[in-house]
Ligand binder design. Structure first.
Ligand SMILES: Nc1ncnc2c1ncn2[C@@H]1O[C@H](COP(=O)(O)OP(=O)(O)O)[C@@H](O)[C@H]1O
Ligand SMILES: [Mg+2]
Length: 250
């Protein structure tokens, strides 16, 4: 199995509060591992640990066989961990293409500074066109980002994450605020691109989660209360209890 990211007993304490407590999970290439749980469960904190935005209090992170515990966002990105942000990081006055160019260029600048390779500078726009094509954004290339619909902006956010050519894609609620039709489109896009990445997906939309996930981890109060195949989680008593008796299909 081609395990691209692994968290081992990850813990994150904020003065007095344990936001993430002994969480272990892994994801292989071509797999989508969804992390679900009620608000405050620690899902975003977990994503921030895996992206290097936060440093774990305890535990280990391994990226494609490399011990990456304590790495910051730049080093994580260089190892191949890409993420989309819950808050948007799009430049509104620039076109979709220009936004992609900036993301591709910044990736090159960073690797250049890191590896000191100044002799080779591939065409930025080739990289941009590739990610726009994959996210079906070609037709919108010259549209100003601020003129895009909410769903289209989310598509661009995922494209910007792909511009860093990640092995691991971390998505924190990519469907938040979307209508049913826009959500379906993103679900389809993720199904199309999944084979190249290991995807860790935090999402509230259960239809999308069950359409996409190969594996599910359910968190509550920082802890994993259930983990496994979707059908196991769907019927788990502990999970239903955590959702206060709600049917998790709804
Ligand atoms: N930077 C921080 N400082 C202190 N507490 C935080 C910080 N980030 C998150 N928390 C707390 O950690 C818990 C988990 O938050 P979060 O990871 O955002 O949950 P989720 O994404 O599952 O809704 C919450 O109680 C939240 O208030
Ligand atoms: Mg969150």
């Amino acid at each position: 199995m081609d395990t691209l990211i692994e968290a081992v007993s990850l813990t994150k304490k904020f003065s007095g509060l344990t936001a993430v407590s002994g969480v272990s999970l892994s994801c292989e290439r071509g797999m989508i591992h969804a992390v679900i749980g009620p608000n405050g469960a620690g899902k975003s904190t977990l994503i921030n640990l895996l992206s290097g935005e936060l440093r774990p209090t305890e535990g280990k992170i391994i990226v494609d066989g490399v011990a990456a515990t304590g790495y910051g966002p730049t080093k994580m990105s260089l190892l191949g961990v890409g993420r989309s942000y819950q808050r948007t990081n799009i430049y509104p006055s620039l076109s979709v293409l220009e936004n992609c160019n900036i993301a591709v260029q910044s990736r090159l600048d960073i690797s250049m500074r890191f590896f000191g390779a100044v002799s080779f500078y591939p065409d930025v726009e080739i990289g941009s066109k590739r990610v726009m094509e994959r996210l079906q954004l070609d037709a919108l290339a010259h549209k100003k980002a601020s003129d895009l619909s909410h769903g289209e902006q989310r598509q661009v956010e995922i494209a910007l994450a792909l511009a860093t050519e990640p092995k691991v894609l971390l998505l924190d609620e990519p469907l938040a605020g979307m209508g049913a039709e826009e959500s379906l489109k993103i679900v389809e896009l993720l199904l199309n691109i999944r084979s190249d990445f290991a995807v860790i997906l935090v999402e509230h939309d259960m239809d999308a989660v069950f359409a996409l996930a190969d594996k599910l981890t359910v968190m509550l109060n920082g802890e994993v209360i259930e983990s496994g195949k979707p059908e196991v989680v769907r019927t788990s008593y502990r999970v239903q209890e955590a959702y206060l008796g709600e049917d998790i299909d709804e």
